[in-house]
Ligand binder design. Structure first.
Ligand code: JFZ
Length: 429
């Protein structure tokens, strides 16, 4: 019988909860067609045709030191790379397949170089691993709603042996947990229909992972996809419940709690543009000011933000993404104290912004000017030792404006006569 151990869970999660901000990297053969990582399925591309990308793959600009540096400069504390996505192509030297980067023109174990570079920057190392595999002959294809060949009767399911696929999948997870040193995050993706939990031999898989990587933290997608929170949230944890909930392209409106109302660790994964993998036609990128506020929103709701980049076929992070990362980094260098190690403030969200907390320090994130003094609703004067601007340490006086008589229970601070905030994106008190 599996026994959930809360102490162990909280101990292994501590760094992740402190970190609050990480980089997701979706990269593989699909960077060549440049229409997103689902291209083979969406366009129902037959295997032989997709193999052209395998023959062509040659990321001459691949330099994971630059990726790691970009992440660190943005204020991120960890990175998660797609060691294998749904197309089945391995960025690592798996001995169980020929469909891997070491057999392409580049001839390199890209995961090995990545883990080394990320560690060298002092960041935690994560690997994404797809449970789906559109390349493996034993993975369900004909009729499977996700598979590129789902509508092609020429790709019948005869002779397919799902147990053989599971053995392959488990073998690859063992390789990742054995050959690349200490891993900090394993990000499995994803479960659907009857393919979830024990259908993946989840108990066996997790026992193996934990025996090889006792400290690693694992997402909840051996049970769920983007939707649903999994068995830990439901209050009956399975062995493969995972350590954090993985809401995708959404910041949960109220954070995430289990059935008993207890806060759960979660990490919202979010794209900058409209795809995870490189997409040449994506023109709209979420502006840095927006993403800074979304990061603050996550922290104020007790969660993390895993922000995605999709390097191109040469291995470069797109310039638009690099520019956004640099801008976020500028803000983080001044205001990171209001993010790292912070969480829910326990007071109501003010209408001008959000509040995060670390211990007895409250961080007031001002997104929007007020007219007149700034109300710190939910805080009593007697509870305040001092109020300072986070970015420059400057004192911010309590307001002695005449308005007070109308609002005897609200504490106001005086931001001065200048109607423009020192940081128009997010000025932190
Ligand atoms: C999954 C992947 O399919 C996607 O390519 C990306 O890696 C993302 C982070 O994770 O996205 C999903 C998974 C499941 C569903 C939707 C998106 N689903 O079941 O609706």
């Amino acid at each position: 019988m599996y026994q959930f151990n809360r102490e162990e869970y909280e101990r292994r999660m501590a760094w992740h909860t402190d970190a609050r901000f990480g980089m997701f990297i979706h990269w593989g053969l699909y960077a060549i067609p440049a229409r997103g990582e689902w291209v083979r399925s969406i366009e129902e591309i037959p295997k032989e045709e997709y193999m052209r990308y395998f023959e062509e793959f040659d990321p001459v600009d691949f330099d994971p030191k630059q990726w790691a540096k970009a992440a660190r400069d943005a204020g991120m504390k960890y990175v998660v790379l797609t060691a294998k996505h749904h197309d089945g192509f391995c960025l690592f030297d798996s001995k169980y397949t020929d469909f891997k980067s070491t057999n392409t023109k580049c001839g390199r174990d890209l995961v090995a170089e990545y883990v080394e570079a990320v560690r060298a920057e002092g960041l935690k190392v994560g690997l994404y691993f797809s449970l789906l595999d559109w390349y493996h002959e034993d993975f369900p294809h004909y009729g499977d709603k996700q598979h590129p060949m789902r509508n092609n009767p020429a790709y019948g399911n005869e002779g397919r042996d799902f147990n053989r696929y599971l053995e392959y999948m488990h073998n690859q997870v063992r390789e990742l947990c054995t050959n690349y040193g200490k891993l900090d995050v394993l990000w499995f993706d994803f479960s659907y229909d009857e393919l979830r939990g024990e259908a993946w031999k989840g108990t066996e898989l997790i026992e193996m992972v934990r025996s090889l990587q006792p400290e690693v933290i694992i997402d909840n997608r051996l049970e769920v996809s983007g939707e649903g929170y999994g068995s830990l949230a439901a209050g009956n944890p399975t062995p493969y419940h995972g350590d954090f909930v993985s809401p995708e392209q959404i910041i949960p409106p109220n954070g995430i709690q289990d059935v008993n109302g207890r806060d759960l660790a979660w990490e919202a994964c979010v794209t900058m543009n409209n795809h995870w993998g490189y997409c040449r036609e994506d023109r709209f990128f979420k502006p840095a000011p927006m993403l800074i506020k979304k990061l603050v929103e996550c922290v104020s709701k007790g969660g993390n933000l895993l922000l995605n980049v999709g390097p191109d076929a040469r291995g470069s992070i797109p310039p638009a993404s690099m520019e956004i990362l640099a801008q976020i980094g500028g803000w983080m260098r001044k205001n990171g104290k209001s993010i790292y190690g912070c969480g829910k403030a326990g007071i109501e969200k003010p209408d001008w912004g959000r509040v995060t907390r670390r211990g007895n320090k409250l961080y007031f994130h001002i997104f929007e000017n007020t007219v007149g003094p700034l109300p710190l609703s939910g805080v009593q004067k007697e509870e305040i030792d001092r109020v300072r601007m986070l970015a420059d340490g400057a004192e911010v006086p309590l307001s002695d404006s005449w308005v007070h008589s109308d609002y005897p229970n609200i504490t106001f601070v005086d931001l001065g006569p200048d109607p423009v905030l020192p940081d128009p994106v997010d000025t932190v008190l």
